[in-house]
Design a protein around this ligand. Structure first.
Ligand SMILES: Nc1ncnc2c1ncn2[C@@H]1O[C@H](COP(=O)(O)OP(=O)(O)O)[C@@H](O)[C@H]1O
Ligand SMILES: [Mg+2]
Length: 186
């Protein structure tokens, strides 16, 4: 009797039973879209002044010819994104780098998509191009001779071959004046 009532209530809420399970259920949006972060600092952030200061100082003193990576790691909810946001928005960081790029990586990613996000962030325009080669050529144009700061937020994926593939591009810039700093936020 109770089950019947629950069933009726469920119907009232618009819930329907599905035969055949998953196949009929619309796929969830890509996980990146659900949890995408941005570079805007939240309100009422407390107690991270020192941590942010230390990272900023490190960033400002890094060798210009080296691709440097600063990882921020820890459990979810610990404040990694928040710390990265504080650093990203620090006026000294803003002045020091010619270009700043924030991309949210999340669980599923393709290297080509990362380059696309980098290019979108640099040009502030939707990137229609699909070819990886065309995209990276554009990224190269944007970054050539520039000192840049790249935040990779929400890195979960540990497939090193993908990261090697991604960072290889930035290694190219070492011979010029470019510079990469990133947060591995896993
Ligand atoms: N220093 C802080 N002061 C106040 N709130 C904070 C601080 N650090 C993080 N938070 C809040 O805690 C939540 C989780 O922080 P977040 O930076 O997203 O963690 P993570 O990236 O490690 O998962 C957010 O709502 C954020 O605003
Ligand atoms: Mg985070």
């Amino acid at each position: 009797m109770k089950l019947k009532m629950i069933n009726q209530e469920a119907t009232g809420f618009g819930l329907r039973s599905q035969v055949g399970g998953g196949a009929n259920i619309a796929p969830l949006p890509a996980i990146t879209m659900i949890r995408e972060t941005d570079s805007i600092v939240g309100q009422n952030i407390v107690g991270r002044g020192n941590d942010a200061f230390n990272i900023v100082e490190t960033l400002l003193n890094l060798s210009i010819r080296v691709v440097s990576v600063i990882p921020i790691t820890g459990l979810g909810g610990l404040g990694k994104t928040t710390l990265a946001q504080l650093v990203y928005n620090d006026p000294k960081v803003h002045r020091h780098f010619d270009k700043k790029i924030w991309i949210c990586v999340s669980q599923n990613f393709e290297v080509r998509l990362l380059f696309k996000l980098v290019l979108e962030s640099l040009t502030k325009k939707k990137v229609e191009m699909e070819s990886r080669d065309v995209i990276v050529q554009e990224v190269r144009k944007e970054l050539e001779g520039k000192r840049y700061f790249l935040v990779l937020d929400d890195v979960w994926n540990e497939r090193f071959e993908l990261w090697d593939d991604f960072f290889f591009f930035f290694g190219w810039n070492q011979h010029y004046k470019g510079k990469l700093d990133s947060f591995d936020n896993s």
